[in-house]
Ligand binder design. Structure first.
Ligand code: PLP
Length: 425
């Protein structure tokens, strides 16, 4: 249950997320005066009286309405735990969400959301490409439950969103639109507002169509899908939110009545994050703005360097979109900055790409992204190796492509590393 943010004011003005992130939702007097929220490494909580235990359960199981000012008491760490509750309150701040739920992985957040809201016979409309795990779950697991996926390619006129909407199953069965923007690894954008309009157009009283956006790539600093009409936002918190390559976690956030359903389902699936993961994420959130700002600035230097390099054929970077590109209008509408993910095509093919990767010294050769250290990988043979070659081509992935996640190192050191690795090609 989310806190009332309107009370967080100073001299009559609301406090900003980065100012609240160190203390929001935590009361030192409940923890021996500890300045920082301790790790509540406990499975269960002691009730002061039997009456209190009864009252807590009545609320938790929805047996009665919450009375004015009443908060859900602590019961059992699968239902609630201070490290998760305080973290969830803080996660609502950047996205201005009613409520948030934390999971032990991004995939747990995504699959729990899909399973909570989709029923047999429903159609799920989704953008391509999606994160590999999401794509697999939608293509291979959901059909076992009678849920029908229909896909669209944001920049391919042959398989556009408009074309997908001509499918005869859409008007009576569309239940969810699921998009990932920018897409991995090409940075292709999907228009959130346009998808929200379509969701509304096909919504009925009995079957509202939900728009769910995976916002992992730009994070809450540079894109806030709820403001553009999304109902729910999902994150792999393993990436920017965690930001130190030392944890796996996921988040769902959005409208209160939907979040209540997500959290109830989570209670029964039992895939909530642990107190330790919650504590690590609270620590990470304190520096989210610092890290993401530094990464974003570094990425601009790196992208400019790559664009001018004779051994680089093409750079895929949001900060380089030209004003004539239809993608530019979407960028201006929904993105606050270009973020820190860059892909580029090296001149040559797989041999040149591998030679480059094998010569990097400071930048590490690893999948994942959004962390303090810079990482490089080869989508065609690594993150997207299970995508058939024909499909890879359609997505714009080739064996020349290298994906970079830019960290907080000194930009000149990053450029020196890229320069020497390109020279080795
Ligand atoms: C990594 C990632 C996921 C999956 O998250 P995990 O934390 O690895 O389960 C989902 N979506 C995107 C865009 C990702 O990058």
């Amino acid at each position: 249950m989310a806190r009332d943010r309107s009370k967080e004011q100073l001299a009559g003005k609301p406090l900003r997320p980065e100012s609240l992130m160190m203390s929001y939702g935590y009361k030192p007097e409940l923890s021996e005066g500890a300045l920082k929220c301790p790790i509540f490494q406990t499975s269960t909580f002691v009730f002061q009286t039997a009456e209190e235990g009864q009252a807590f359960f009545e609320l938790a199981y929805g047996l009665r309405e919450q009375s004015e000012g009443e908060e859900l008491g602590l019961i059992y760490s699968r239902l609630n735990n201070p490290d998760l509750e305080i973290l969830e309150d803080r996660l609502t701040l950047w996205d201005d969400a009613d409520d948030a739920a934390v999971f032990e992985s991004g995939m747990a957040a995504i699959t729990t959301t899909l399973l909570q809201f989709l029923n047999p016979g429903d159609v799920l409309l989704h953008s391509v490409p999606l994160y590999g795990g999401t794509e697999y779950f939608i293509a291979n697991v959901l059909p076992r439950f009678g849920i029908h996926p229909i896909s669209f390619y944001p920049t391919d006129p042959e398989q556009s969103l408009e074309k997908a909407l001509e499918d005869p199953r859409i008007p009576d069965h569309l239940r969810m639109i699921y998009i990932e923007t920018p897409a991995n690894p090409t940075n292709v954008l999907v228009d959130i507002e346009q998808c929200a309009t379509i969701a509304q157009q096909f919504s009925t009283e009995e079957r509202p169509v939900l728009l769910v956006v995976d916002n992992t790539f730009l994070g809450p600093l540079w894109q806030r899908p709820l403001k553009h009409g999304a109902d729910l936002v999902v994150y792999s918190a393993t990436k920017f939110l965690g930001g130190h390559s030392d944890l796996i976690a996921g988040v769902v956030l959005g409208k209160a009545e939907l979040m209540q359903q997500v959290k109830q389902f989570r209670t029964f699936v039992g895939n909530m994050a642990s107190p330790w993961t919650g504590w690590l994420l609270m620590r990470s959130l304190e520096t989210l703005k610092l890290r993401m700002t530094s990464q974003m600035k570094n990425a601009r230097y790196v992208a400019d360097f790559l664009a001018d390099h004779p051994k680089v054929e093409k750079v895929f970077y949001l900060g380089h979109l030209s004003e004539e590109d239809p993608q530019y209008a979407i960028y201006r509408k929904q993105c606050l900055a270009p973020g820190s993910m860059i892909s580029f095509n090296i001149r040559g093919g797989k041999k040149e790409a591998f030679r480059f990767l094998n010569h990097l010294k400071l930048i590490k050769l690893a999948v994942s992204l959004g962390s303090t250290e810079s990482l490089a990988e080869h989508p065609a043979t690594m993150t997207h190796s299970d995508v058939p070659p024909e499909e890879q081509r359609r997505m714009g992935i080739s064996e020349k492509m290298i994906r970079l996640s830019i960290g907080v190192e000194h930009p000149e050191d990053l450029i020196a590393d890229l320069e020497q690795a390109l020279q080795a090609v």
